[in-house]
Design a protein around this ligand. Sequence first.
Ligand SMILES: C[S@@+](CC[C@H](N)C(=O)[O-])C[C@H]1O[C@@H](n2cnc3c(N)ncnc32)[C@H](O)[C@@H]1O
Length: 263
Amino acid sequence: MTVGKVFLVGAGPGDPELLTLKATRAISGADVVVYDKLVPTEILNLIPGGAARINVGKRAGYHPVPQDEINRMLVRLARAGRVVVRLKGGDPFIFGRGFEEALELDRAHVPYEVIPGITSAQGCAAAASVPLTHRGLATGLRYVTGHCRSNEPLNLDWASLADPDTTLVVYMGLANITEIASELIAHGLSADTPSVAICQGTTPRERRLFAPLGELPNAARAAQFAGQVLFIIGRVVAIAAEREGRVAAASTAASTVAMDVVA
Ligand SMILES: C[S@@+](CC[C@H](N)C(=O)[O-])C[C@H]1O[C@@H](n2cnc3c(N)ncnc32)[C@H](O)[C@@H]1O
């Protein structure tokens, strides 16, 4: 039996229209799709009827199928001659453990191809009209994880992250947002720095919460977000907050997104 192939595919942040043409083509040609919790139903609906679906159900802190087992599963399926799509939220190589899977496939001499996806930072920022860089406001951009192994403190370089000229995007930061905000402020970032929390960005369930950094933890707790949350912190957020305020004032009825602004 000839060995099949694995496509490590980024499903983007949630909106099916943000899938790339390559991703769509790979999904429609798959014999098996192995997918994570982050991939929404609207995208799973694109899997052809004849293809097998395997839900490995990963989300932060909850891994019903351990990563090693997922790695072995991909190798096993490809060795059985299947065309496998490994579908991950956002981009497979941004906080997605996609490269661990690629390394395992390399070790097993299984051919694979990586199909990048729009990472949630870019999808959520675009949906909220936040320019991640903007002349005069942000000369750079950093993506960090706000998640740490259980009970360990976050191991981030706070002094370099507390840079008012850089936009900071925090993935997986909801549980630690109090620590994140207070460390940034303690290392010199103003408590007035504009910030936004975006929950389930780019989907019909999207919610946005604008707040100055100092008030972000309390506001995020009060919002009781259900689902994936991303934080964008930096002066560029002020542009979007101001615009959203204007749009909401002009026509509340036209707004399709639940939005809170903490002054
Ligand atoms: C394990 S990471 C995976 C990131 C993914 N590989 C990417 O490129 O976006 C999961 C985190 O991504 C962020 N995230 C993913 N999709 C999101 C969405 N639609 N809205 C808000 N945050 C999202 C959240 O911070 C979530 O905790």
